[in-house]
Design a protein around this ligand. Structure first.
Ligand SMILES: Cc1cc2nc3c(=O)[nH]c(=O)nc-3n(C[C@H](O)[C@H](O)[C@H](O)COP(=O)(O)O)c2cc1C
Ligand code: SF4
Length: 761
């Protein structure tokens, strides 16, 4: 083909394929246009957020919630309206406890610190007060700290829900100063309360989430408890964990630990720690909240992480005080994945019916000695003059025994009941008690507990050990100047046993056998119990005289003064009153009132009269407290100022007698022993009488005991009552107003110089 033919050829091709060409060009144009349009849109969209997938959406709040430092002039950007979500709503994560909301935190303008402490020896109270003074001077936003003794407060007022703060914008911050003890103390009770509250299905899982926060400082001794595994600061660690759960993780500051065994001592560490607390509380008072993201600073999930112990609790290795032994060996099961959703939850929850994990009830820890050899208690008791018998009993000779050996007078029991002190053994079969009375001489180190869970020594071992210990101490008096030979010889035959030394004798599971052993050797018995063990009281067999300590006339006062371990202490106390009323025909029952000025005297006579009306004891012994001058007493807030003068005791007794008369109860003042600051009221109908066979004679008080008659009654095997062994009339010198000192003895002052017998008119 030559070149002249090309145009006609092209024309021919055009006419043949023009339709296809035009169509293809149109399609190509459309494709290019579309491509250009799409590219433009994409570049525009790159400047804004892409539409969210449901997964991406979940991570976004975390970004948005990053704390932003704002000054007051900064305007918050108005939030973008939420995009409608596509697809089913997926719920993940765990339920958050109700807590102080961020809005509330911002509204806080002041913080009220509450410093809780517990103490046996008194030192932690001093630290608490010191810390309060360190926090006091800070700023207007931090209110004056309140210092609260855990042994004095009602846990329900503070640890089920927070108390009301002084005003709406004031938040409460709890600081807990917690020493540790390897014995049962009220702290065990407090820990049990926290644990029970956490597990109580009627109470929110985080009932204390309304607090601004909390912090715990532990006090321990690393010389003896070297590591946390060995028990160093263990009680504080437990308190911290429970508080994390109860507050939904509002730990404001890490657990502090003060070591009494370290060079700098506890004070220095506490001061450092308090500096940190101060800064943190200041932040709270400015509405800064606890902050986020810092370990231990506020997310409830953190305390969930600590729930491993719950598993240990339900496992086999739980001790009665709620602590898990060897908790590491009890692993928690793996948690549900954080991505579990509601749909997953519709499936039946798999339950392993084959589980063989024994419950805490099936494997109890083996019982331990109440006072283990080389424990602090074991080491401290002999220093206080006690002889430890076996693993839970003790004996000690009292100052009146020594005094009587030297002819310098016996105690009030001689004046009231005819017991010569040099013939008396003072002992206890249980050094443990369920109270922690402010005036107790136990120096704060003796074990306490609500139930007997120690090894039990047989009664014959206890009895033999008591006698041996007593005689050994009497023999040591042999060379003491002034000891009268005839009294020393008499003292080598025990005639009476006062089961009242320390602890709670009725707690001993073989108390009836022990009493029977005493009686079989013609040793009379006085038993003093604390009105906390009604079942044991009801089951108690014969005893020459049965005492119940009545340390207060009402619930609040009893809590304050006896600091009982039982939560139902008042119900137990009242039940004991009713049991005593029933026993009044079989036992010589006595109320022992120990008066402590500022605690249980003022305006309580009416309350005591009501209790007498309820129990109808044969006698009411009223005694002023003896100040033992220990740090425990000081720790409990007791000083010489709390010891009433004898005139005050006398005035109280008169008002009690009047209150009883107003109730139609004929009790009268039968005897006194001014030297012991002690006065005896007795039931006039039973013990103010004429001498046997002297129908026309004068009525007299008959408070002495006919011990021979008591043993005759016992040995007869027949039922008998207090009226069957009433002794001679109460001596004249012991009558009201005569002082109660036997004129045959020599009265001396503290330095042994002769002293005139005072007669109190
Ligand atoms: C009977 C007794 C038991 C103790 N047990 C422990 C213990 O298990 N772990 C510990 O770290 N410290 C223990 N300690 C040391 C006390 O926690 C420490 O001395 C504390 O300062 C006592 O405080 P307080 O004087 O306020 O009672 C114990 C002390 C005593 C007297
Ligand atoms: S009754 Fe008590 S105070 Fe009196 S001598 Fe006996 S142990 Fe001592």
């Amino acid at each position: 083909m030559d070149l002249l033919q090309l145009p006609s050829e092209l024309l021919y091709l055009w006419h043949t394929y023009r339709t296809e060409v035009l169509l293809s060009a149109g399609i190509l144009f459309a494709v290019v246009r579309l491509a250009l349009h799409w590219r433009t849109r994409r570049s525009e969209q790159g400047l804004t957020r892409p539409a969210l997938s449901s997964i991406e959406e979940k991570s976004l709040p975390a970004l948005i919630q990053q704390p932003v430092e704002l000054d007051q002039h900064t305007k918050l950007p108005s939030p973008r309206p939420p995009r409608p979500k596509i697809g089913p709503k997926r719920v993940t994560g765990t339920k958050r406890a109700k807590d102080i909301s961020t809005a509330q935190e911002l509204a806080i303008d002041s913080v009220q610190p509450l410093i809780f402490y517990y103490t046996l020896g008194g030192t932690t109270r001093v630290y608490a007060e010191h810390q309060a003074s360190l926090l006091s001077s800070t700023s207007e936003r931090i209110l004056k700290p309140e210092v609260l003794d855990l042994a004095q407060i009602d846990y329900d007022d503070y640890f089920i829900s927070p108390p009301k703060s002084p005003n709406a914008n004031t938040a409460l911050f709890y600081i807990l100063l917690v020493p540790s003890y390897d014995i049962d103390t009220e702290l065990s009770n407090f820990l049990a309360h926290l644990r029970e509250t956490h597990h109580d299905f009627r109470i929110d899982t985080a009932p204390l989430a309304g607090l601004a926060g909390y912090a715990v400082f532990g006090v321990g001794d690393s010389r003896e408890w070297r590591t946390e595994r060995e028990g160093y600061c263990k009680d504080a660690i437990d308190v911290d964990k429970w508080m994390a759960r109860l507050t939904g993780g509002r730990r404001g500051f890490p657990l502090g630990q003060g070591d009494t065994g370290s060079d700098g001592g506890v004070k220095k560490t506490l001061e450092e720690w308090t500096k940190g607390i101060k800064g943190m509380i200041s932040g709270l008072a400015k509405g800064e909240g606890l902050g986020e993201g810092m370990k231990g600073s506020g997310e409830a999930i953190e305390s969930e992480d600590e729930d491993g112990d719950d598993e240990a609790e339900s496992g086999a290795l739980v001790l009665e005080n709620g602590r898990a032994e060897n908790a590491e060996s009890v692993r928690k099961p793996s948690k549900r994945s954080q991505t579990d959703d509601l749909e997953d939850l519709r499936a039946p929850i798999p339950v392993d019916f084959t589980t063989t994990r024994p419950s805490s009830k099936t494997i109890a820890p083996p019982p331990k000695a109440m006072v283990p050899v080389n424990s602090p208690t074991y080491n401290s008791l002999p220093k206080q003059g006690y002889t430890i018998v076996g693993s839970h009993s003790g004996v000690k000779i009292c100052r009146w025994t020594k005094s009587a050996l030297r002819g310098r007078g016996s105690c009030y029991k001689y004046s009231f009941y005819g017991i010569a002190s040099h013939l008396c053994m003072e002992a206890t079969p249980s050094l443990s008690c369920s109270n922690k009375c402010v005036f107790c001489w136990r120096h704060g180190t003796n074990p306490v507990g609500t139930t007997w869970r120690w090894t039990v020594d047989p009664p014959d071992l206890v009895f033999a050990g008591m006698k041996e210990g007593h005689y050994k101490k009497i023999k040591m008096m042999r060379g003491v100047p002034g000891v009268r030979a005839e009294r020393f010889a008499e003292a080598m035959r025990i005639r009476h046993c006062a089961l009242s030394l320390v602890g709670e004798p009725i707690f001993y599971p073989h108390i009836n056998e022990l009493l029977a052993m005493l009686h079989s050797e013609r040793i009379s018995s006085f038993l003093v119990c604390n009105a906390q063990h009604p079942d044991q009281l009801a089951a108690l067999g014969p005893v020459t005289q049965l005492y119940v300590s009545i340390d207060a006339s009402n619930k609040d006062s009893l809590r304050r003064i006896d600091r009982p371990l039982h939560r139902d202490f008042w119900e137990r106390f009242l039940r004991c009153m009713d049991i005593l009323r029933e026993k009044r025909f079989t036992h010589r029952t006595v109320f022992r009132l120990t008066l402590v000025k500022g605690f249980n005297i003022e305006e309580e006579a009416e309350g005591y009269a009501d209790l007498v009306a309820r129990a109808l004891p044969a006698f009411v012994e009223v005694k002023g407290v003896t100040y033992c001058g220990t740090s425990t007493a000081a720790g409990a807030g007791l000083s010489m100022g709390n010891v009433p003068f004898y005139e005050e005791v006398q005035a109280f007794v008169l008002s009690l007698e009047a209150a009883l008369l107003r109730r139609g109860l004929e009790y009268g003042i039968a005897a006194e022993h001014a030297h012991s600051c002690c006065v005896l009221l007795a039931d006039r109908g039973r013990f103010f009488k004429r001498a046997e066979g002297d129908e026309g004679g004068e009525r007299k008080w008959h408070t002495l005991i006919d011990y021979a008659a008591f043993f005759r009654c016992l040995e007869s095997g027949k039922a008998f009552g207090p009226e069957d062994y009433i002794g001679e009339p109460t001596p004249e010198w012991a009558a009201w107003g005569r002082g109660g000192f036997d004129p045959r003895d020599e009265r001396v002052d503290r330095k042994g110089r002769p002293k005139a017998v005072e007669v109190v008119e």
